[in-house]
Design a protein around this ligand. Structure first.
Ligand SMILES: Nc1ncnc2c1ncn2[C@@H]1O[C@H](COP(=O)(O)OP(=O)(O)OP(=O)(O)O)[C@@H](O)[C@H]1O
Ligand SMILES: [Mg+2]
Length: 212
């Protein structure tokens, strides 16, 4: 088994990196894949999410976890490779050398962009790093609000970036914050069909990108 490595990165804090990682992890698990989570963010939100999860649901052997920074990142990725179908890497709100270490080893880079101009502005340095690392990179629109002026403005700015965007996006929904706090993915939470459908659509699109 050769692991496929997905990095979720965005310099802007609160854009939805940990939300994207946790929800993709559960979608992959539900699809029968084994998942290794690597948290390179000293804030440790992903580890806290997993602590809450394991307290409620017990340990799942198909969901491994490690933290790492700097040189430890490549070592942690090597430690996971061949032990999980997918390695999902959460990163800090920075575009620094740690993120460069992650990008070097990644097969796919996802960049969540919350619907605000500040998120779009903050994306440039990270996109530059991903471009230099020569990795397939996709923007993922998060916290979308249909029919708002800010939504339209941000879509226009994103279209002007020379980076592809996933067709699927995540709407602004309280269930994302609730599920994160409860150690769950939206696919497992008491959420609406539309929330589950959008997470499934996102995971399917990511799956398709990973296929050789
Ligand atoms: N689509 C969404 N709808 C509603 N709330 C959301 C959505 N996405 C993220 N959030 C909430 O926004 C906050 C920030 O999200 P998250 O922690 O995933 O961002 P982050 O990019 O990992 O932040 P940091 O840069 O601090 O690591 C969290 O409280 C999360 O629950
Ligand atoms: Mg985070």
């Amino acid at each position: 088994m050769s692991s496929q490595i997905i990095c979720v990165a965005q310099q802007k804090g609160g854009a939805g990196k940990t939300t994207l990682v946790s929800n993709l992890a559960i979608a992959f698990l539900q699809a029968g894949k084994s998942v290794a989570l690597l948290d390179t963010d000293p804030q440790g939100s992903l580890g806290k999410w997993l602590d809450v999860r394991e307290e409620a649901l017990g340990v799942n052997d198909r969901l491994q976890f490690a933290t790492a920074t700097a040189y430890g990142i490549s070592r942690a990725i090597r430690g996971f490779s061949d032990k999980a179908d997918i390695i999902l890497i959460d990163t800090p709100p920075k575009a620094d050398s740690d993120v460069r270490w992650v990008l070097r080893d990644s097969d796919l880079v996802l960049v969540p962009v919350s619907v605000s101009q500040a998120d779009v502005w903050a994306t440039h340095d990270l996109l530059d790093l991903a471009d230099r690392a020569d990795k397939p990179t996709y923007l993922v629109m998060n916290r979308t609000r249909a029919g708002t002026r800010v939504g339209e403005q941000v879509s226009k700015s994103v279209a002007e970036l020379e980076t592809a965007k996933l067709q699927a996006s995540l709407a602004n929904r309280v269930i994302y914050a609730e599920a994160l706090g409860n150690g769950l993915g939206v696919l497992e939470a008491k959420s609406t069909k539309s929330a589950k459908d959008e997470v499934r659509a996102l995971a399917d699109e990511v799956f398709a990108l990973l296929e050789p």
